[in-house]
Design a protein around this ligand. Structure first.
Ligand code: GDP
Ligand code: MG
Length: 296
């Protein structure tokens, strides 16, 4: 997040300089937060609660706003811990638009959950693109993870069903299913994903235990409108924010939590299998504001 950090820290430093808090301070802060991809509603809520803190705590210096800002930002990202992935097997659906990083994330998460003691099977349920099936199979070979796939244009529900049965037969505890991001025109993606949910539930009681929406952080507010679209239709339980290693400003995370009420569960920080981390709100805010040890 180095690039992001510098940009935001630089602007914040001038917005929250040594001066007294004035009308201009609020204008500068507002502009900085919007530029950092927080979006208008989230920025407005943040400014309102900061103004309240200034009044209640009697703050007068703009520099005092920094710690208030940090606290408010961290509070915004706060979410209850992710429920345990328990089932026989548990099923995790990976959803999102094409190019957001679903297939890569499915593979990364496979490796991650194996390292946490789960026995994982990947399901290639994006059957609308042959390349997506190949891509997941290559990841599976590289990571030593079994991949269940049908042929191109196979019914994605059948692939998930087969994967659940394969998991049961082999004593696997978790099925991670890659899904399509766009279908051929006459199909409705949301309907297809709803069907997939239902199939998972039929195959394994209580499934899917998690539906993770993959959002490309470099697409900023665009990703936010995608999230709205997916959220209600397919019962998203959490978000994976990808490509935070690039030019992403990361502020979108706050909008996802505040406007949508969805917890961020993981962040993707590169194209490699290990480039994924569980989301830590405090750490994320520290990196964004970078006041920890001064300088990058
Ligand atoms: N830099 C970076 N690239 C990523 C990340 N996650 C995925 N990608 C890349 O984004 C592109 C699309 O990813 P893919 O998994 O195929 O997306 P899908 O269409 O949603 O399945 C690929 O080139 C990935 O290597 C990430 O966290 N950081
Ligand atoms: Mg894919």
């Amino acid at each position: 997040m180095a690039r992001t950090r510098k940009a935001i820290v630089g602007r914040l430093a001038s917005a929250l300089g040594v001066s007294e808090i004035a009308g201009e301070t609020w204008d500068d802060l507002e502009a900085t937060l919007i530029q950092a991809d927080l979006g208008v509603p989230t920025t407005a809520a943040l400014i309102a609660s900061l103004r309240e803190r200034v009044k209640v705590d009697g703050l007068t210096r703009a520099s005092q706003l920094q710690s208030a800002l940090r606290a408010e930002l961290a509070a915004m990202l706060d979410a209850p811990p992710a429920p345990l992935l328990e089932g026989s097997p548990a099923v995790m659906l990976i959803v999102g638009v094409n190019g957001s990083g679903k297939t890569t994330t499915a593979a990364k998460l496979g490796r991650y959950f194996v390292s946490r003691g789960q026995k994982v099977i990947l399901a290639a349920a994006d059957t609308f693109r042959a390349a997506a099936i190949d891509q997941l199979q290559i990841w599976g070979e590289r990571l030593g993870l079994q991949v269940i796939a049908g042929g191109p244009n196979a019914d994605p529900g059948a692939v998930v069903f087969d994967a659940v049965n394969a998991a049961r037969a082999r004593g696997a505890t978790l099925v991670i299913a890659d899904t399509a991001g766009r279908l051929h025109t006459k199909f409705n993606l949301m309907e297809e994903l709803k069907k997939l949910r239902a199939v998972a539930g039929k195959a394994s009681p209580g499934a899917p235990q998690a539906v993770l929406l993959v959002l490309d952080a470099t697409t900023g507010q665009n990703a936010l409108s995608q999230a709205k679209h997916f959220k209600d239709a397919v019962g998203v339980t959490g978000v994976v924010l990808t490509k935070l290693d690039g030019s992403a400003k990361g502020g979108m995370a706050f909008a996802v939590c505040h406007d949508l009420g969805l917890p961020i569960r993981f962040v993707g920080t590169g194209e490699g299998a290990e480039d994924i981390q569980p989301f830590e709100a405090g750490e994320f805010v520290d990196e964004l504001l970078d006041t920890g040890r001064g300088g990058a």
